[in-house]
Design a protein around this ligand. Structure first.
Ligand code: UDP
Length: 571
């Protein structure tokens, strides 16, 4: 297996089994064997004579080839005592003390096992409303978020990884203005990403410059109205200054939900890529596109035959995970098995573009994104249909949009683009569909030495084309971008673009291209340079809406010191 030093470090720290003294007692290959053997066992549920060893070997091969990697909890916990395999959960928050503290307790159990939790606080009565049983005054969603935040902080130490939360409040909640600025102080509510839940009515009011109603969820009464444009500007301003809140288009998410009749989606998981019903969980896995290439007559090309095989294997694997998972709560067990959502996505997209010599910020790259994701989505459905023939359709099928079209399928969703923050390090790939942050950077190593680390394909090309030197690589690490470095040939500069060379317009175009062929949502951060204006941020938010994205997250360089989950540095 070709694991990088970074991959080994990450694996040793959190993933490989340890004895009671903290010594690592598992090799990376043994970890993949443990995962493959455990997940393959689900085949027996449906076919007593299933050849588990054969399936296990196929699973083992795609993982050790670094072609497909499941989300972190599966790697950490499969075949071990905890046995919790999913990254994403959404829990309901009911408007009662019991409901609120149940959610806190349940999220602690989930964080302990490496999962992230999303909540909508929209059902909580607004600040200042009366509490019947005590005659007191309700403190409102934002004050309760702080309690959730402290609980997460406390659990952090003992868990497999730091707990992460998503907090969502609907745009028509009376406390929305307080919510929008609740992370103004970047040291507050640090274990949450926050997003405003946007409705179609609101967007219409923004476009027409009209007011929209605020509704108390407890009484269902209109409590006032706000100017939509002003609220939108307020969101943009806060996002510009701290990167938060993001926005999620809730009505759009529900409109495209395949299981609308089962319930209403109010929230997503922490990084926004997985909208879920209350008590639903989802396990993710990503195909490393950098491995899905072959040499053709004109250089590298996408190996669609291998990609098809890997998609089939991945869907089989992820469907098995649903059955082998040990769920932290009975309600989650039931809900997850009713809808059987899985989220297959990709990583190494930026690497792939390098191999194919296509700049990320080009129509050609956007077209390729649509072609590849369209293919993966189609093949994932084919496999899910095949699984349904043997294993049956997902139990909520009768109430789904698939029933209407007569598509007998095993999983109510099959595709999601995850951030792949850690598994991309394990695979040695660029994360998710993001462009690279830097072509080379300086890494501090032991004895205070600093080593320059270069993207391997760039290094290879630089040597082949004769412009490699250590000094040059150090210079690139200092400058960040290669666009102003004279020694580098123009054609190379065009292809090896990094996040800051790419305008927000292309970031959103790329997100929208993937979203077209993804059931769930797309994890993507739109990067702005420090000198970007609020108007530019507003434009991108509007563009995301117009292009059919399910949400937007932006980050303006230097606007925030610590992010809850930045894709570049995590854990
Ligand atoms: N997640 C989490 N804590 C973390 C990282 C991730 O709870 O420290 C959850 C969260 O729901 C996120 C999802 O895992 O949206 C997927 O994140 P990512 O793809 O980065 O995880 P990986 O599998 O690479 O560790």
């Amino acid at each position: 297996m070709e694991l990088t030093n970074n991959a080994l470090t990450v694996l040793e720290r959190r993933y490989l089994a340890k004895d009671e003294n903290g010594n690592v007692i598992e090799k990376p290959s043994e970890m993949f064997e443990r995962v493959a053997n455990y997940v393959a066992q689900a085949d027996k549920i449906y076919d007593e004579k299933a050849d588990i060893n054969k399936t296990s070997k196929i699973f083992y091969d795609v993982m050790t080839n670094l072609e497909f990697i499941p989300n972190s909890p599966t790697l950490m916990n499969a075949g071990r005592e905890l046995g919790q395999l999913s990254a994403c959960f959404v829990l309901p928050v009911e408007d009662s003390m019991e409901g609120i503290f149940d959610a806190i307790k349940n999220s602690a159990l989930i964080h302990k096992s490496g999962g992230g939790t999303g909540f909508s606080f929209s059902r909580l009565r607004p600040k200042g409303s009366t509490v019947k049983s005590t005659g007191g005054v309700a403190s409102g969603p934002v004050s309760f978020m702080k309690v959730f935040n402290s609980a997460t902080e406390a659990v952090k130490q003992g868990g497999t990884r730091r707990g992460a939360n998503m907090g969502i409040l609907r745009i028509d909640h009376p406390d929305i203005m307080e919510f929008i600025s609740c992370k103004e102080d970047t040291n507050e509510i640090t274990n949450f990403n926050i997003s405003v839940g946007i409705t179609e009515d609101f967007m219409e009011a923004v476009e027409k410059g009209k007011n929209y109603d605020l509704i108390d969820p407890h009484t269902n009464k209109v409590t006032g109205s706000l100017n939509a444009k002003k609220v939108f500007k307020h969101i943009v301003e806060k996002a510009w200054s701290t990167g938060e809140p993001g926005i999620v288009f809730l009505d759009r998410i529900n409109k495209t939900s395949t299981i609308r009749k089962i319930g209403e989606i109010e929230s997503t998981n922490p990084c926004g890529e997985q909208p879920l019903l209350p008590f639903e969980s989802c396990n993710l896995g990503s195909i490393n596109l950098a491995k899905m290439i072959k040499k053709g007559p004109k250089g590298y090309e996408v190996d669609y035959n291998r990609l098809q095989e890997v998609v089939y294997t991945s869907v089989h694997f992820l469907d098995n995970v649903i059955d082998m998972n040990k769920y932290p709560l009975k309600e989650i067990d039931e809900m997850t098995k009713k809808t059987r959502k899985i989220g297959l996505g990709v990583m190494g997209f930026a690497d792939l573009l390098f191999y194919l010599e296509i700049p990320y910020n080009s129509q050609e790259a956007v077209d390729l994104a649509e072609e590849i994701m369209g293919f993966i989505d189609k093949k994932s459905k084919e496999k899910s249909i095949e699984l349904a023939e043997k294993r049956g359709v997902f139990p909520a099928y009768e109430f789904s949009s698939f029933k209407e079209s007569g598509t007998e399928i095993r999983n109510s969703t099959t595709t999601t683009i995850a951030p792949t923050g850690t598994i991309s390090i394990i695979a040695g790939a660029s994360s998710g569909i993001e462009p690279l942050f830097a072509i080379s950077f300086m890494r501090n190593v032991m004895d205070n030495d600093r080593l320059v680390e270069v993207h391997p394909y760039f290094e290879k090309l630089a040597k082949e084309r004769g412009f490699y030197s250590e000094e040059l690589m150090e210079k690139i690490a200092e400058e960040g971008s290669i666009s102003n470095i004279e020694e580098i040939p123009e054609d190379i500069k065009k292809i090896f673009v990094t996040a800051h060379d790419i305008s927000p317009f292309w970031h959103i175009k790329m997100q929208a291209a993937f979203q077209k062929h993804v059931d769930n949502a797309v994890s993507k951060t739109v990067n702005f340079s420090n000198d970007a204006t609020k108007e530019e941020v507003e434009e991108v938010y509007m563009l995301a809406y117009k292009l059919g994205c399910k949400g937007v997250t932006i980050y303006r360089d230097g606007s925030r010191e610590n992010q809850v989950l930045s894709t570049a540095k995590k854990e």
